[in-house]
Design a binder for this molecule. Structure first.
Ligand SMILES: [Zn+2]
Length: 274
């Protein structure tokens, strides 16, 4: 298997094409950020316990904006305490090594790739970033950092008068929402780099998928696009996912590893062959 990895990396290096990474919750889990699709994501509103797939919707935000904000501030508080791990740092090393040949597409909203040192220009956060907000009425098509006075919440905390005063659009003073893609919303280019990601997939000479099981639509499209172009896919995951078959059939491989370990193995291989 190690020799196969060498062949794949040599093949890629001879093409001088794009190396695209697609990362998901697995890499964040190693920094102690829960997936929020599991039990950690449940949220009590009154006597009801809501599932993350109900909380993370525009529908819920319309009905209970302050509850949805409180839940996001709870999650933001957890992300704020987390530190990048060696997998994140390996991706910074890849960007330094490859420059414009490098693209990082991430489903994670926790900001850890940027905190580790990957550049915003080459890091596309296709599900948004929990430390940012945007105007509900989109008076301007832009995102704003959360005000620094905003604190993370604990379970059981409530939305306060202070939160109410701070969470306003800096341009029109209207209501704001978290800058994240909700389950009942669609990808677009302006906020989520939809077309850029698909273009990157078409230009990719090697795709590396780390810590994601392909439960969402755009990651699937990216993998399919690379597969159709007959380019190899390396899938790093602790268990087989729907990306196992395209990885193996594309002439790539499945690395049954944690993201940190798999990315470090790959980085060593690149360093040895460059
Ligand atoms: Zn506004």
């Amino acid at each position: 298997m190690v020799d196969r990895l060498k062949e794949i990396v040599e093949g890629f290096l001879s093409t001088k094409s794009r190396l695209t990474f697609l990362t998901g919750a697995g890499i964040s889990a190693e920094s102690n950020i829960p997936t929020f699709r599991g039990p950690e994501g449940y949220w009590k509103v009154g006597s009801n316990n809501y599932h993350p797939q109900e909380m993370a919707t525009y529908r819920m935000f319309q009905q209970r904006p302050e509850e949805v904000w409180t839940w996001y501030l709870y999650r933001m508080g957890i992300c704020k305490k987390a530190l990048p791990n060696s997998g994140h740092l390996a991706l910074v090393a890849f960007e330094q090594m490859l420059g414009d040949q490098f693209t990082l597409i991430t489903q994670n909203v926790d900001n850890l790739h940027l905190l580790a040192g990957n550049s915003p220009e080459r890091t596309w956060q296709i599900h948004g970033n929990i430390f940012f907000m945007r105007c509900v009425s989109e008076c301007k098509e832009r995102v704003y950092p959360l005000p620094f006075e905003i604190d993370g919440k604990n379970k059981g905390d409530h939305f306060t008068e202070k939160d109410r005063g701070l969470l306003k659009c800096p341009d029109c003073s209207g209501p704001v929402r978290p800058h994240v893609l909700w389950f009942d919303e669609s990808y677009n280019e302006n906020y989520y780099r939809l077309y850029s990601s698909l273009k990157a997939a078409r230009e990719t000479g090697l795709l590396v998928v780390a810590g994601t099981s392909g439960a969402t639509n755009l990651p699937n499209q990216i993998v399919n696009e690379v597969f159709r172009n007959l380019k190899p896919i390396i899938d790093i995951n602790i268990e087989q996912s729907p990306f196992f078959v395209p990885a193996v059939k594309s002439g790539g491989l499945f690395l049954e590893q944690k993201s940190t370990v798999g990315l470090e193995i790959l980085l060593e291989k690149f360093r040895a062959l460059l």
